[in-house]
Design a protein around this ligand. Structure first.
Ligand code: BES
Ligand code: ZN
Ligand code: ZN
Length: 491
């Protein structure tokens, strides 16, 4: 899909659908068109408003076929909801909903006109993202349902923003769709080695350094926690390292993005119930988001040095699998009693976090589909955020808020540490029954140590359980935009 900012006068613009956004009535005003579109459809809209057929509610839409007033084949008026609630996050959804409703009608060219007061760079970037994200469907393996409708061009019209605003949105959303594509791959098609090759290929294409540590190297280093998880599978584990080095780097800080890459999580010997196990192919969503974020960062070129670290393993109950009660020695030197082999994400992340510190990262953010408990706590709405450094955690919180990948901060007090006491090793890999998302985070904190670190539990948010008007069912690609924003706004 080609993306443009179209500066042609609206009446002259050649497109299949010219989408005009309109706020809901409020503060004494009726739903009204963007100023420049008034001559095109103002009278028509006024009639619809008068009869109550159109109220401007979010995603409400009416279509004018063969408008005599414009070159466009159709004019679509779409509600943007209440004006005071409209921000770039709403614009992203609006553009997405427009694309997802118009694409099945066979429109090949779509032009979106944002409300007059909301056409600046931030809004344009978000609208472009919304359209590209909405264009993605996880149907790669449906041979008979292949999409026949293709949108060839999406443009933002009547906006004052520079081309760069659209370009930024394109880079980020294409990276997020790349992440979604990886997360959507089933366990038989994307193994740890497949994830490593995908990262290498991406790195070669976008000029990043990529280093892949194999089992032998990890054994030499002493990554016992990661290797213990991997040993039940015939698929060899890999630790993927992606490096972005800016030309003119900010001195003194180095951001490490760490992502859980369990390409399939059966639970291991502590095997999961069969019902719902098929979903565990998205247990590498954090890792996929890190690979995608580096893809965008390589093009957006922030001034902070960024390293992506993705431990990629498959958690299987093979003959060589680790058993409950096994004690492993992590890269940090700490010993871990593996009381439940299904709590594997924290084990591989423990070694990845330690390794990230060895690579010189001064700030760490990890993303992981870590616990079912975070879904119990926050459902599918917010990412669970935990931090050992409030100032840094707040920056991540803000990046997520700005990007519509909202996080909710959870506690991480010292008091929780006792739940992880082990009688035989330095720490156990599970706590008791309660507060499962917190005890998982407390476990990771032990390995982050003194380094400012923020953990994002995306188990409830990495997968869209049901299609939204603006986004297909399936992988969401979170928290890729938050990662990019954090890097771009780095100080
Ligand atoms: N990958 C799962 C967490 C998960 C659950 C992700 C549901 C997405 C949806 C993780 O490895 C896991 O199995 N966690 C266990 C931890 C428990 C054994 C302490 C869990 O949440 O049940
Ligand atoms: Zn598990
Ligand atoms: Zn898992």
């Amino acid at each position: 899909m080609e993306i443009t900012i179209d500066r042609t006068p609206l009446a002259e613009l050649e497109t299949d659908a010219l989408v005009l956004t309109v706020f809901e009535a409020g503060n004494g005003h009726l739903p009204a068109l963007p100023e420049a579109a008034q001559p095109l459809a103002g009278a028509w809209l006024a009639g619809l408003v008068e009869t109550g057929e159109f109220k401007g509610k979010t995603f409400d839409s009416v279509t004018l076929h063969q408008p005599g007033t414009a070159r466009a084949r159709r004019i679509v008026v779409m509600g943007a909801g209440k004006q005071d609630r409209f921000n770039p996050n709403a614009a992203r959804k609006l553009a997405g909903a427009a694309l997802r409703s118009l694409k099945p009608r066979g429109y090949k060219r779509i032009a979106l006109v944002l409300p007059d007061t909301c056409a600046g760079a931030g809004f344009v970037t978000a609208a472009v993202e919304g359209a590209i994200l909405a264009d993605y469907n996880p149907d790669a393996y449906q041979t008979d349902k292949k999409e026949v409708q293709v949108v060839e061009r999406f443009s933002v019209a009547g906006a004052s923003a520079p081309d760069e605003a659209a370009e930024t949105g394109r880079i980020i959303a294409e990276a997020q769709n790349f992440t979604r594509g990886l997360a959507n791959e089933p366990g038989n098609r994307l193994t740890p080695s497949g994830m490593a090759s995908a990262a290498q290929k991406m790195a070669a294409e976008f000029g990043l350094e990529c280093e892949v540590l194999d089992r032998g190297l990890m054994q030499d280093l002493g990554m016992g926690a990661l290797l213990g998880v991997a040993q039940g599978s015939d698929e060899p584990p890999f630790l993927i390292v992606l490096r972005y080095r800016p030309r003119n780097p900010l001195e003194g800080t180095h951001l490490g993005l760490v992502g859980k890459g369990v390409t399939f999580d059966t639970g291991g010997i502590s095997i999961k119930p069969s019902e719902g196990m098929e979903k565990m192919r998205y247990d590498m969503s954090g890792g996929a988001a890190v690979i995608g974020a580096l893809r965008a960062i390589a093009q957006l070129k922030p001034r902070v040095t960024v390293t992506g670290i993705i431990p990629a393993v498959e958690n299987m109950p093979g003959a060589r699998a680790q058993r409950p009660g096994d004690i492993v020695t992590s890269l940090s030197g700490k010993t871990i009693e593996v009381l439940n082999t299904d709590a594997e994400g924290r084990l591989i992340l423990a070694d990845a976090l330690t390794y990230a510190k060895r690579l010189g990262c001064t700030h760490l953010v990890d993303a992981a589909t870590l616990t079912g408990a975070i879904v119990v706590a926050l459902a599918h709405i917010h990412i669970g955020l935990f931090t050992n450094h409030q100032e840094f955690g707040s920056r991540v919180l803000e990046a997520g808020r700005a990007e519509g990948e909202t996080c909710w901060q959870m506690p991480l007090d010292e008091e929780y540490r006792e739940y992880l006491e082990s009688s035989f090793a330095d720490i156990a890999n599970i706590g008791g029954r309660w507060g499962g998302a917190i005890t998982a985070a407390v476990f990771l904190k032990e390995f982050a140590g003194e380094t400012p670190w923020t953990h994002l539990d995306i188990a409830g948010t990495a997968w869209n359980e049901e299609a939204d008007p603006w986004l297909a069912k399936g992988p969401t690609g979170v928290p890729l935009r938050a990662f990019c924003r954090l890097a771009l706004d780095w100080k």
